[in-house]
Design a protein around this ligand. Structure first.
Ligand SMILES: Nc1nc2c(ncn2[C@@H]2O[C@H](COP(=O)(O)OP(=O)(O)OP(=O)(O)O)[C@@H](O)[C@H]2O)c(=O)[nH]1
Length: 632
């Protein structure tokens, strides 16, 4: 009798109890109905809740499942049986006699595998979500079984593995227990009715060498999904030091399932969030991780020397492609994107903008030389380091490779060392490019800051600091423009010079600070009361210039009168009391004999003088006599 047969007969293997056992036995009957299963499940509230939660977590379900019956119908008899079993094991084996076996960590790892597999299933449609969940949850049940059946011996196995990790766990299990956890796990799962479609990839997914299922087969997809899920669980529960490497391996492996590395972050962060959620429900410990993008990029201080490269490996031969990919990932943690023909290599390169492309010269669809030429014809492709590989060393091929724009040429059987050496050149290029881009970014930043500072200075040079109005210089520029526009279009142009009366007296009586306040209030009042197209400027101490395009004398006089009235109606607080001000305004319009803007302002000044002479608080034109205007 084999060790396995003895074990099966011994009754020492983990097996379901209670409701789960009843579900298992019931489901083995030929005439069992889903209704009967649901009734049994209902007697266990914890199991009922978990089945409902699981049924609802399959994202494609529009209407939430609220009853056990519905959950059981949706999940089907075989899935319910296995879920009941998985949860029953979890509840029974939270602790055990094998001291070196961390039962809590085991379940935490298994739960994350279950959720990851389920989430991958939503992207790669190879099996129902609940089936994938249970497949992940029980993927390593053989380890739990060995720890349960042989606590002392397995303790020694685990210690030996920890002391010398170069010896694989499976080898140690075999040498000490004559059976390994994978074999045992498969037997147990087969006994529990797990379909072969799952047990076959489960038996192989931990092989260090790739097991060759056909590339587009369901078994291959499941095997990759199991590897990805296992690696994710290792990443989440392992030490922070190894996370970056595992994250990059994960991204590279994910490309084999057509999951683009740029989607890895959101996928993994989502699965980790579900893990926390389920962990709380099942009372299983989980760990808090930084966002995946942070893990995969490593510390911000990583130097250019350590910076991983994005590499597209294009080879029609799956074996060579995988060999190179494995070398690149294991050796230096680069992020690698596989392509099996020239067209997909080109599309991939344009999408992920790799630093390096390693392409076989005889690629299908678009050969290596054509790929090289196509890349070199683009701005992005010109910056990539292209290494072409060939199965032969032919001089004319070498020449054609360089003519097509390749940076390097190598034999396809190149060694790891030789590949590493060649990547050094690309890494150096990357360093230079990074340094150049940093310099450029710094220059752009300086230029932007300078532009802002210049704008501020220019603005300050044209603005009066006290009132925020355009200053004399700006006023004269604006007037020049208004003059030109009026001359071109033969339209009228008027200006007003507004001067606050007896302003010296205000300063002398109330102080300079109140004088400033009066100026600010006068500026605000003038701005608020003038037309939108007029420009109010401060051209001297208590003197303002209002430029009024397209305004004839009568309209200007009317506006000036309105401004005068506004100012004189203004009450300005002086401590508890108030004071009032008045202003005199001189108005001038551009006439056929007005020489230039100085002439125009001078005419307005003369009019202002006339207004002052006439007693202040009034509006005059350049004709040196007050003009009576109607109040607006
Ligand atoms: N508070 C304050 N006072 C200013 C400012 N700029 C000029 N002044 C003062 O404004 C006063 C102008 O006085 P004058 O030119 O004699 O004119 P006025 O007292 O208004 O008399 P009339 O114009 O003839 O009505 C001076 O005392 C200046 O010191 C300023 O920015 N703030």
């Amino acid at each position: 009798m084999t060790q396995l047969d003895q074990l099966k007969l011994s009754g020492q293997l983990p097996s379901p109890r209670g409701v789960a056992l009843a579900v298992l036995e019931l489901s083995r009957r030929d005439n069992a109905t889903l209704g009967e299963i649901a009734r049994v499940v209902q007697t266990d509230p914890a199991l009922s809740g978990r089945l409902i939660k699981l049924a609802n977590s399959a994202s494609h379900i529009a209407r939430p499942v609220v009853s056990v019956q519905e959950a059981v119908v949706r999940q089907g008899m075989s899935t319910v049986r296995q879920l009941a079993l998985g949860f029953s094991l979890l509840d029974q084996f939270r602790n055990g006699a094998c001291t070196a076996f961390d039962y809590q960590e085991y379940w935490s790892h298994s739960l994350l595998m279950a959720l990851s597999l389920q989430a991958l299933g939503a992207r790669v449609h190879v099996a129902a979500a609940d089936e994938l969940f249970i497949c992940g949850l029980l993927a390593q049940v053989g380890r739990l079984a060995l720890a349960t059946a042989y606590p002392a011996e397995y303790d020694a196995v685990l210690h030996a593995h920890r002391t010398d990790p170069s010896k694989s766990l499976i080898t140690l299990e075999r040498s000490r227990l004559e059976i390994d956890h994978i074999e045992l796990g498969i037997v147990m799962m087969t006994d529990w009715g797990m379909p072969r479609v799952f047990t076959i990839p489960l038996a192989h997914y931990q092989d260090p060498e790739y097991t060759s299922f056909p590339h587009d087969s369901r078994a291959n997809s499941l095997m990759l999904m199991l590897r990805l899920s296992h690696r994710l669980a290792d990443l989440a529960l392992g030490s922070a030091d190894g996370r970056m490497q595992l994250a990059r391996e994960w991204m590279t492996l994910a490309t084999e399932l057509d999951l683009p590395p740029e989607n890895a972050g959101s996928f993994i962060d989502e699965v980790i969030a579900q893990w926390h959620d389920w962990g709380a429900l099942l009372k299983i410990p989980t760990s808090v991780l930084p966002p995946f993008a942070e893990i995969s990029h490593g510390s911000a201080e990583a130097s250019d020397d350590e910076a991983p490269l994005r590499i597209v490996v294009a080879d029609g031969n799956a074996f060579t492609r995988r060999k190179i990919m494995a070398l690149l990932v294991e050796d230096s943690g680069h992020v690698v994107y596989p392509a099996d023909n020239g067209n997909s290599a080109l599309a991939l390169a344009m999408e992920v903008l790799p630093h390096v492309i390693i392409a076989h010269i005889n690629l299908p669809l678009l050969d290596g030389l054509e790929l090289c030429q196509a890349l070199r014809a683009t701005d992005e492709g010109r910056r990539m380091h292209i290494l072409l590989m060939s199965d032969e060393h032919a001089e004319d091929q070498l020449a054609r490779a360089y003519e097509a724009g390749a940076d390097g040429y190598a034999h396809s059987a190149l060694s790891a060392k030789s590949l590493r050496t060649r990547l050094c050149a690309a890494q150096r290029l990357l360093q230079l490019q990074n340094a150049w881009e940093r310099d450029r970014a710094q220059l752009r930043q300086i230029a932007a800051e300078l532009a802002v500072a210049n704008r501020r200075l220019a603005n300050a040079a044209l603005t009066d600091a006290l009132t925020g109005l355009p200053n004399r210089r700006s006023a004269m520029d604006q007037l020049e423009q208004a003059w030109s526009a009026a001359a071109r279009a033969d339209t009228p142009l008027a200006v007003m010079v507004v001067d606050i009366d007896h302003f010296k007296h205000i300063n002398d009586t109330h102080g300079h600070a109140l004088g400033d306040k009066v100026l600010r209030e006068a500026a605000n009042a003038l701005r608020a009361s003038s037309r939108r197209e007029d420009s109010v400027c401060r051209i001297g101490g208590e003197e303002f210039l209002v430029i009024c395009p397209n305004t004839d004398l009568a309209a200007a006089m009317q506006s000036a009168e309105r401004l005068r009235a506004t100012l004189s109606a203004r009450r300005i607080a002086v401590g508890e009391a108030e004071c009032t001000i008045t202003a005199s305004i001189g108005v001038a319009v551009r006439e056929y004999d007005t020489a230039d803007i100085d002439g125009l302002v001078s005419a307005a000044d003369q009019a202002l003088y006339a207004a002052k002479e006439a007693g202040r608080n009034q509006v005059c034109t350049q004709r040196r006599r007050p003009v009576a205007v109607e109040a607006p």
